[in-house]
Write a protein that binds this ligand. Structure first.
Ligand SMILES: [Zn+2]
Ligand SMILES: [Zn+2]
Length: 159
């Protein structure tokens, strides 16, 4: 079965004060992934949301997740990870609405959870600007003694 490209809530199925639990997957196609140069979504957007009717508003809260292949901003290596928005929370006006479309809001929610500059690991050392060596694999000889790294100046200052 194809993953749905839209997420909607049928308000006719909700009674006043009743909660509805939405859990499933939403096609990643709706993300317009070309905008995200260093990130390539690899799976569907997984959602686990609680809906709660409060007067004429529907409160929707929960978790969004998306698996991506990323290019590290420091070392240029491709890595795979899952981005999670744990605190998605949005309220929707429901006056005069029968079917509420959450797609656009969920899209914004998951995009906000994606970093502008993905980094493969917190302490990624990046690549040497002089020789291009990936410094996670081994150190190069040009890193020392030239004073070109901002850390060198800092080291001198700390000493
Ligand atoms: Zn890296
Ligand atoms: Zn080097």
């Amino acid at each position: 079965m194809e993953t749905p490209a839209r997420l909607t809530v049928d308000l006719g199925r909700l009674d006043e004060g009743r909660h509805e639990h939405l859990k499933g997957a939403l096609s990643r196609i709706f993300l317009e992934v070309d905008d995200l140069e260093q990130l390539r979504p690899e799976g569907d957007v997984e959602y686990d949301l609680q809906c709660e009717l409060l007067g004429d508003e529907l409160l929707v809260r929960g978790t969004l997740q998306l698996a991506c292949a990323c290019i590290c901003s420091r070392c240029g290596q491709t890595y795979h990870t899952k981005f999670v928005e744990k605190a998605y929370c949005e309220s929707f006006e429901i006056a005069g609405t029968e079917i509420l479309d959450l797609t656009e809001s969920v899209r914004e929610g998951i995009i906000l959870a994606l970093p502008s500059y993905p980094i493969c690991k917190e302490d990624c050392k990046g690549i040497c600007f002089h020789c291009g060596q990936d410094l996670n694999e081994r150190t190069c000889s040009c890193a020392k003694g030239e004073g070109n790294s901002p850390w060198d100046a800092l080291d001198g200052w700390m000493a």
